[in-house]
Design a protein around this ligand. Sequence first.
Ligand code: ATP
Ligand code: MG
Length: 680
Amino acid sequence: MISIGKLNENQESAVNHIDGPCMVLAGPGSGKTRVITYRIANMVVNKNIRPSSILAISFTKASSVEMKNRALSLSNDYRMNKVTYGTFHSVFFRILRYFENYSLDSIFDEKSKRLVLRGILKSLNVENADDDETIGQVINEISYVKNELMDKIDFESEILSSDEFTKVYNLYEEHKNTINKIDFDDMLIKTYYLLKNNKPVLDRIRNTYKYILVDEFQDINKVQFEVLKLIANPINNIFVVGDEDQSIYGFRGSRPDFLLQFESYFENTKKVLLDINYRSKNEIVDVANRLIEKNENRYEKVIMCHQGKGATVNYVSPEDSEEEATFIAKDILEEMKKEYTEYTDFAVIYRTNIQSRALVDIFMDMRIPFVVKDSVITIYDHWASQDILAYLRIALNAKSNKDWVRIINKPFRYISKDNVNLVKEESDFINALINKCDLHPKQIKTINDLEIDLSYLKTLNPKNAISYIRSSLDYDRYILDYCSNRKIKTNGLIEILNELESSAMNFKTIQEYMEHIERVKSELIENKNNKNSDGVIFTTMHSAKGLEFKNVYIIGANEGTIPHEKSYDIGDDEKKTEQIEEERRLMYVAITRAEESLYISYPISKYGKKVSKSRFIDDIKSPTNKEMQDTTIGDKIYHKRFKEGIIIQKEGNSIKVKFKDGDRTLDYKVCLTKGMIWKI
Ligand code: ATP
Ligand code: MG
């Protein structure tokens, strides 16, 4: 028997619910994942339900493994192993393998996908076919159409005409069909159509999986939900847990509405709310609540804290990301001396992968072990960085022909492809270009100038060398033109180049810097193979979901980073509000990972320019709706623009405040959302 003693009343009622639909809606740390694992154990061990009839789905492979381990740790009954634990992709692919003769060899991987789509775009003479970002965008768009179960004709591509999009889509499908492969999106839609159109198969699956459990249900998308509905009907033993405040995959088509409107899809749904946070100490729960309260589109939840007080919440504003990483490294070393024994008790959480660059450098330097959770493509691998590094390699070794070929026309120097091909195997590339090709005197002059520039470049330290390539050799202008001709957004590219330049800051010679890059690359390869070793966890906010750490450091809490600038640059006002709210949920996910201590850090400058702290920090420091509701006439408030004031009237959300320069009527909810007022 497994004891379900370590559950509170509401958790227990969810765990004991066996037949019919059930949804658990609750905030972070309230035991949703715990309820799933206990429920599995309860069904298998106490209720003797056939384990192979239980299907437990998580969103990522890592969380699925975590769920399985947590479930196995509850009971050593061998039957617990027979439950199907998996991700949507793994479970659906298993169905396809069984009924449709697919094998592991059938999977069309992401790399081949890129390659094929590049070829297709080129064959259709799409102007920017070679560009990684264009290909990435097309991949996302095709993926979106499939996940939404849309007709491709109805889709409006951001970069292709509708005719082009349909052609690309069809050619891509044809290609896969001829070689008999399916990609990750196909696993979902093929399963959907298989089950929808083939009743005998559907009946078999329904007979196999009689109990379905889904963690993080707020992130489900249309095709996934449709398949689940098919399998669950008509007995509808479907048990889902989620938190709409943690929905962070809107850009991929995930829809928290499926969670919030679950009852409308499944009649007689049992609804369980959990309201105790077992993970985080009071101060952390408080910070998280203050933040998420500022989202307009949400349902208010009560969250009580089980752990009591005693957490530290600190805000730091280092000079830049290097100082930030150094501060964290030192702090962790200090803490390890005091009370912690494992580096995995510490996590550094950031909005984008690029932010891990300074961390990796400093932690390697200080010999602190770390584990990077996301698969890392470093800034050094980006094509724009590769261009710059090619220049640096040539400065070190003029015989590096591969690099000459790469940069000779970046920026454009009007050297034809034929000429480049003619001399690319020569021992002295430049000499051969001048002597063997029939160049115009103007071209020869350009090449001579380049040689002079390169000999100057050699004398510079790596940071100045990169800056010289970008400005004096006009590399930045070249990529800006390149992008504007192809309607590619440049923000991300310039950021990569800025980050690359920062990464070179602490090295005296180009040689030293290039050696450092090699070391970082091999360290990260090793890291990838050692994901289970003890080390400080480096993770993006997205990948941190569902996890918990004693100590959390959130870095780069600046406007433009979190909320990310793309959330307020793109779309109409309504879309922007939606995107900002999704960014706020991301920050909320990050904060709610912490158990005992939380640092939120916002550097003062980025790439030598001043940056402001994230609006979310103001959100945290400004009062909550509840506190504003509790204010009465006579209370003092502080307004960002009008400064100090006294509330002289109050009605609903509207307050009249006497400021120094006159009385004003304000909607306090709007002010709170914008982080404009404080209670003082
Ligand atoms: P998230 O939304 O972040 O995924 P969650 O709701 O899934 O959070 P869990 O990870 O299941 O929360 O639980 C958070 C922590 O609280 C875990 O360490 C879990 O073991 C613990 N916990 C949950 N419920 C209880 C309980 N009744 N008694 C003791 N510990 C509990
Ligand atoms: Mg969870």
